[in-house]
Design a protein around this ligand. Structure first.
Ligand code: DAH
Length: 339
C-alpha cells in the first residue's frame, strides 16, 4: 500500500510539473481529490490496512495530500499571474491617443436669460410663478383695464381661439390671477411665452416676457426705479446707465419705459443700438388702482408697481443676435454657438 501511495504521489507531482494551463490544473485536481480521485481512493483503502499500520499510513496520506495541494496552489498562482499579465498587456490604454469629441449641450439663450433674471429677482425676495398660455379675454385684457373695443387693444393683436379664449399677448395676464389668490404684501415674477399677430426681423408671433408685480403699503415710483436700477446693473454691468421715460399703459398710472445704455458700445452708438447708444428694454409703472380693485385688493390701503420685460430682446442684446427668428428655428449650428 505504501509503495502504491508513493507511486501515485510521484505520478501526480509529475503531472503537475507538466501543467500548462488552468483547465489542465483542474483536471489534475479532480484526478487527485475528486470523488473517485487517487488520493480519495487511498483514504477509502484504509480499511484494508492492518490496524497497527493505520496511523502511519494515514500520516503518509496526509503528507502526500498537502504536498500535492501545495504544488497545485503554486501552479495556480503562476497561471493566474500569467493571465493577469496577458490581460494588462492586451487592455493597455494609449493615453496619448486623441480622445473622441463628446458633444456638450448649452442652454437656449432664452432659458439662459430667464435663469439669470429670475435668479436676480429671487435674491431680491420675489417668488417665481407661472400662468396659462391659453388665457381668457378677461385676464389678458379686461382685468388689465383694457375693455372690449378699447383702442389700446390694437397694440396687442393676438390669436383668438373663441371670442373669450386666446393665446395670451402679455404675461401681465398673471397679475390679476395672482392678486386674486394672494394677500398683500407679495412680490412675484412670471417668465413665460406670449403670442401676437406680428412677424418681422424683430417681432415673432411667439416670444417671451417676464412680468414682475409688487403689492404692499406705501409703494411708490421710487421703489420701482431703485429696484429696476439694481436689476439692470446686475444684468448688464455696474457701469450701465438707465433712463426712465414717461409712457402709457392702461394697467399702470403713471407708466414709464426703461432704456439702458447699450452694453455693446457703452453708449457710443453701434449697429445693435442703431446708433442711439441706448436700448429700450421694458415697460413699467405704478399699478392703476382700478386694476387692484378689479382683483379684490383695497386700493386705499395698498399700492403696487409692475414691470414687463421682453426676454427675446434681452437675449438678442446679451448674445449679439441680429434676427429674432434665430431663437425659434432650432438650428443646431446656432445653438452650438451659445456654448
Ligand atoms: N404688458 C406690457 C406689454 O406687453 C409690458 C408691461 C408694461 C408690463 C408695463 C407691465 C407694466 O407690468 O407695468 O407691452
Amino acid at each position: 500500500m505504501i509503495e502504491e501511495l508513493l507511486k501515485i504521489k510521484e505520478e501526480l507531482l509529475g503531472d503537475i510539473k507538466k501543467l500548462t494551463n488552468l483547465k489542465e490544473l483542474n483536471e489534475v485536481r479532480i484526478k487527485a481529490f475528486g470523488k473517485a480521485g487517487a488520493i480519495s481512493n487511498l483514504s477509502k483503502g484504509m480499511r484494508d490496512v492492518a490496524p497497527e499500520d493505520r496511523p502511519k499510513f494515514g500520516a503518509l496520506i496526509n503528507i502526500a495530500r498537502s504536498e500535492i495541494e501545495r504544488e497545485l496552489e503554486l501552479k495556480n498562482k503562476e497561471f493566474e499571474e500569467a493571465e493577469l499579465n496577458k490581460r494588462l498587456q492586451e487592455e493597455k490604454v494609449d493615453i496619448t491617443e486623441p480622445s473622441k469629441a463628446c458633444e456638450i449641450g448649452a442652454l437656449h439663450p432664452i432659458s439662459d436669460v430667464i435663469d439669470r433674471l429670475t435668479d436676480i429677482c429671487v435674491d431680491m425676495g420675489f417668488s417665481v410663478v407661472e400662468g396659462p398660455e391659453i388665457e381668457s379675454d378677461y385676464y389678458n385684457f379686461e382685468a388689465m383695464n383694457i375693455p372690449k373695443n378699447h383702442p389700446s387693444r390694437d397694440m396687442q393683436d393676438t390669436f383668438f381661439i373663441t371670442d373669450e379664449i386666446l393665446l395670451r399677448s402679455q404675461t401681465s395676464a398673471v397679475q390679476a390671477r395672482e392678486m386674486e389668490k394672494r394677500k398683500p404684501p407679495f412680490k412675484i415674477v412670471c417668465p413665460g411665452k406670449t403670442y401676437r399677430n406680428d412677424s418681422d426681423a424683430t417681432h415673432s408671433p411667439i416670444f417671451n416676457q417676464l412680468e414682475g408685480l409688487v403689492v404692499d403699503e406705501n409703494i411708490s415710483m421710487a421703489d420701482l426705479k431703485s429696484m429696476l436700477t439694481i436689476l439692470m446693473k446686475r444684468l448688464y454691468g455696474e457701469d450701465t446707465k438707465i433712463r426712465f421715460r414717461p409712457s402709457f399703459f392702461p394697467f399702470t398710472e403713471p407708466s414709464i419705459e426703461v432704456d439702458v445704455s447699450c452694453p455693446n458700445c457703452h453708449g457710443k452708438g453701434c449697429n445693435i443700438c442703431k446708433g442711439s447708444g441706448m436700448l429700450e428694454l421694458l415697460g413699467a409703472g405704478v399699478v392703476n388702482p382700478k386694476v387692484l380693485e378689479m382683483s379684490g385688493i383695497d386700493s386705499k390701503k395698498y399700492r403696487g408697481f409692475a414691470f414687463g420685460f421682453g426676454l427675446d430682446r434681452t437675449a438678442m442684446i446679451l448674445n449679439s443676435i441680429g434676427n429674432i427668428r434665430s431663437l425659434y428655428r432650432n438650428d443646431k449650428r446656432f445653438l452650438e454657438q451659445m456654448r
